[in-house]
Structures are given as structure tokens and as C-alpha cells.
Write a protein that binds this ligand. Structure first.
Ligand code: SAH
Ligand code: SF4
Ligand code: F3S
Length: 457
């Protein structure tokens, strides 16, 4: 497809993790030089893309029901592929591309996460015949993906995602990601720095580095030396305008000394860490192929807290993994009690075909999973409430991000990733200012900007 000035519209619906959010923007950017503008009105779209997630059965099944709706909508509008293409991207496309083609004849185009730089060409081919592209190509996708214009970048907000690492070699026995995202690949340091510089020049103040195992990052620098995530953070923090850095998602075994000391030494590196453990039982951790024990996880947490005492911790948990007994589950609750999380995500184990967990004995009944999930979520919610309550009375540096829900209000982010609601004029947006926290709700804080006295933040 050649660059053209004919205006077309693309509607992208994003499911799943932050990497899919990042990828959806990359797809938008890849299509922009070919005349496609993003739209939020699906009826007006010439191209509808679902950027899908395969992590749990529900996520994957949602795609087929959405595709049914899209097929009906297109038919009711009297349109077809010549003026409204339907495409499926992301991890479901990668994992079950052929099945999508067979189950959903209205789909014109299926392509996996490693093909996004080829999207314009794929779209053009799909106008005449159905296309499927789920190869893992040799070329560097990132080197071929165009950058957004400056106004587009800042229009997306003061905070941005930046993928530095993709794929996973860990093969936890419950997880599809090594199959959908492929083997671990780190982007070269200079490529990451260039993208971060471009973001900063557009006005972005906070960058979240993304990877399925982001702390396994080992990109090469200009001299060909392998660079750790901690070292990369040091380089990124030197870029003028980059005030805050975060990263997600980490694996406990890749929390190396470089990264832990970066949390001690680098002001820009925010004191919030999402470090999934999945279970507190050694038997289950072993069956999950997590390659560490509960005690090792707690030891790593201890080292992190020694380097950065106010670190807010987050995690992921799976309940009802095959073979999980009441005692195993109790060990998970005990782990949560010991760590004291600022927030955490928890899920019922979902059987994923093709993963070792799917074939294991001792699958746990749904009702037991539901009961355990409720108990775990109650505990996590109470920890989150205590963490938020502990922030009341503190003065925190808050990135003033965007207008709030009510007039005269701004929404910001604390260092601990909590949304903060502040009564203040919109012209302060973009600054990081000291805010005295005066109140807390379930998922957010409220406060007032500290004025009149010098505040070191
Ligand atoms: N790379 C990250 C996790 C990616 S998936 C890591 O290593 O931690 C995000 C979360 O989804 C996982 O941490 C896990 O808690 C959950 N998850 C993954 N597979 C799952 C499954 N089959 N059933 C239920 N939850 C699952
Ligand atoms: Fe999945 Fe485990 Fe890899 Fe995380 S580390 S993406 S949970 S296989
Ligand atoms: Fe889902 Fe793929 Fe992300 S399976 S969680 S969209 S890496």
C-alpha cells in the first residue's frame, strides 16, 4: 500500500496487558502515513482491529463474541470487506490464527504481534483476499515501525509506555505468553534512548518500560556490551524531561543487584514494583515452574525494601492451580500477610490448551477457586486500604496529569502509582508538585497542593 492522502479511519479495540496498549498505538502510527486516522466511532471505520489477549480462557472467548457482533454490524450497514475490513491482532491471533479464520469467516485479516510493521501491506492485501500472518520474522520489527508525530505523542498524555523487551523464556506451566510472544528479545539501548528522547521532546514526563520479563532486559549498547535494566534506567534518567521511570512486569529471579541499587540511587525510578509471585506454597511454585521458593521471594523483597524502604509492592496471584490444597492456599494468604502489598491482582487458574498445566492431575473445582479468590481479594483489598490510609498526612510529589472528573479538579499520580484528585487550576498540568494527602478512597487519594513554603519533593 503506498502513502496516500485519501482519508480513511481505523478503529482499534485493545484487550489485555500494557504491551497491547503500546502495540495498538504502534499500529495506529504504522497506518498514519497511509492516510488512516484513528476513530472512536466504530460505524465510521474502514478498518476495525481487535488487539487481543490469550492469557485466560475468558479473554480469548470474548474475541469470538465480539467478532460475531462485528459481522452482524457490518452486514446490517450493508458493507463488506471492500469498505470495512475486520482484522484480529495480538495474542489470540498468534495462538489460534487458523482457528479464527475457520470459526469467523467475516474476519479478513489475522496477524500476530511480530507483524505490526507490515500492517499497511497486510491491509492492502486483505482487500482482495483473506490474509493470515503469524510468522516470527527475522527482521527487527521496532526498527521498521514509524514514530508518531509530536502532537500525536503528547495528545496521548504525559505518561507513556515504551517496550524495551518482548517475549519470555521462562515457561511457567500455566502461561501462554512464551508461545504468543515468542522468545525473549531485548531492544538495543540506542533504540530505546532514541524513543525515550522523542517522547520527552514531545512533552512526556513519565515513561513506563514494558516487557513480559522486563527485568531480564539485556539489550546491547553502542559498543556491543550487554546492558541491564538498572543500567538502562540510569541512561534514561539522564534524558532531559524524563522525570519519572517505571517498569513492568518483572520476574523475581531477574531482580539483580543493578536494578535493586538503581532503586536506591536513582530519584527518577519510582518506588513502586510489580513483582508477581503467583503462590506462597513451595509445592505449587515448583509445579508452576517458577524456579524459586516462597522464602527466596521474601528474601528478594527484603533486599528491595532495604534499598528503598518506602517501596510500594504489587503482585499477581493465581488460585486453584492444579493440586492446590487448602494448606497451599493458606501459604499464599500467609505470603500476602508477610509482604503487605500496596495492591495486587489475583486470578482463578484458567486451563490453557498447549501449556503443561492443562495436562496436570488435580484440577481444582470452579467453586473452590471462586471461594479462594474471594478470600484472597478481601485480604488484598484490606492491605490496599491500609497502604492508602498510610499516605494520608504525607506530602507526596504528584505528577499533575490531566483534568479531573469534576470542573476545577486535576487528576495526578503519586510515586506509588495511586491516582490523586486535587482541586487546582488546569494550567498546572504537566508539573510535578508537592501535594498534601488529605483523603483516601478505595483506589485513589485526594489532596491539596502545598503552597507558601519551600518544599523539597
Ligand atoms: N510476565 C508476567 C505475567 C504475564 S501474565 C510475569 O511473569 O509475572 C499476567 C498474569 O496473569 C500472571 O502474572 C498470572 O498471575 C496471570 N496468569 C497467567 N496465566 C494464567 C492462567 N492460565 N490462569 C490464570 N491466570 C494466569
Ligand atoms: Fe508467563 Fe511466567 Fe513468562 Fe511471566 S514469566 S510471561 S508468567 S511464562
Ligand atoms: Fe494477554 Fe498477550 Fe499481554 S496474552 S497479557 S496480551 S502478552
Amino acid at each position: 500500500m503506498s502513502a496516500t492522502h485519501e482519508k480513511k479511519r481505523v478503529f482499534i479495540k485493545t484487550y489485555g496487558c500494557q504491551m497491547n496498549v503500546y502495540d495498538s498505538d504502534r499500529m495506529t502510527d504504522a497506518l498514519a502515513p497511509h492516510g488512516y486516522e484513528p476513530t472512536t466511532e466504530i460505524e465510521s471505520a474502514d478498518l476495525v482491529l481487535l488487539n487481543t489477549c490469550h492469557i485466560r480462557e475468558k479473554a480469548a472467548e470474548k474475541v469470538y463474541s465480539e467478532l460475531g457482533r462485528l459481522r452482524d454490524m457490518r452486514a446490517e450497514m450493508g458493507r463488506d470487506r471492500s469498505d470495512m475490513l475486520i482484522g484480529v491482532a495480538g495474542c489470540v491471533a498468534q495462538a489460534e490464527g487458523e482457528e479464527i479464520m475457520a470459526r469467523a469467516p467475516a474476519v479478513d485479516l489475522v496477524f500476530g504481534p511480530q507483524s505490526y510493521h507490515r500492517l499497511p501491506e497486510l491491509v492492502s492485501r486483505a482487500r482482495t483476499a483473506r490474509v493470515i500472518d503469524t510468522e516470527f520474522p527475522e527482521e527487527d520489527k521496532f526498527a521498521h515501525l514509524p514514530a508518531a508525530r509530536r502532537e500525536v505523542t503528547i495528545g496521548r498524555g504525559l505518561t507513556a509506555f515504551l517496550t524495551v523487551q518482548e517475549g519470555c523464556d521462562k515457561f511457567c506451566s500455566f502461561c501462554v505468553v512464551p508461545y504468543t510472544r515468542g522468545t525473549e528479545v531485548s531492544r538495543p539501548v540506542d533504540q530505546v534512548l532514541a524513543e525515550a528522547t522523542r517522547l520527552a521532546e514531545a512533552g512526556v514526563r513519565e515513561v513506563t518500560l514494558l516487557g513480559q520479563n522486563v527485568n531480564a532486559y539485556h539489550g546491547l549498547d553502542a559498543t556491543g556490551r550487554s546492558t541491564s535494566l538498572g543500567q538502562l534506567c540510569h541512561r534514561l534518567a539522564e534524558i532531559p524531561g524524563i522525570e519519572r521511570l517505571r517498569y513492568t512486569t518483572s520476574h523475581p529471579l531477574d531482580m539483580d543487584d543493578d536494578l535493586i541499587s538503581a532503586h536506591r540511587d536513582l530519584d527518577a525510578l519510582m518506588p513502586y514494583l510489580h513483582l508477581p509471585v503467583q503462590s506462597g506454597s513451595d509445592t505449587i511454585l515448583k509445579a508452576m515452574n517458577r524456579k524459586h521458593t516462597a522464602a527466596q521471594y521474601l528474601e528478594i523483597i527484603g533486599r528491595i525494601r532495604a534499598a528503598r524502604p518506602d517501596m510500594a509492592l504489587s503482585g499477581d496471584f493465581i488460585v486453584g492451580f492444579p493440586g492446590e490444597t487448602d494448606a497451599d492456599f493458606e501459604a499464599t494468604l500467609e505470603m500476602v500477610r508477610q509482604v503487605r502489598y500496596a495492591s495486587a491482582f489475583s486470578f482463578k487458574y484458567s486451563i490453557r490448551p498447549g501449556t503443561p498445566g492443562a495436562l496436570m492431575d488435580g484440577q481444582v473445582p470452579e467453586a473452590v477457586k471462586a471461594e479462594r479468590l474471594a478470600a484472597l481479594q478481601t485480604l488484598i483489598a484490606s492491605q490496599q486500604a491500609s497502604f492508602n490510609a498510610g499516605c494520608v498526612g504525607l506530602t507526596l510529589p504528584v505528577l499533575l496529569e490531566k483534568p479531573g472528573r469534576n470542573p476545577g479538579q486535576i487528576a495526578g499520580r503519586s510515586p506509588y502509582l495511586q491516582p490523586v484528585h486535587i482541586d487546582a487550576p488546569a494550567d498546572l498540568i504537566g508539573q510535578i508538585l508537592p501535594v498534601e494527602i488529605t483523603g483516601q478512597a478505595k483506589n485513589s487519594l485526594s489532596g491539596a497542593i502545598v503552597t507558601g513554603k519551600a518544599q523539597a519533593v
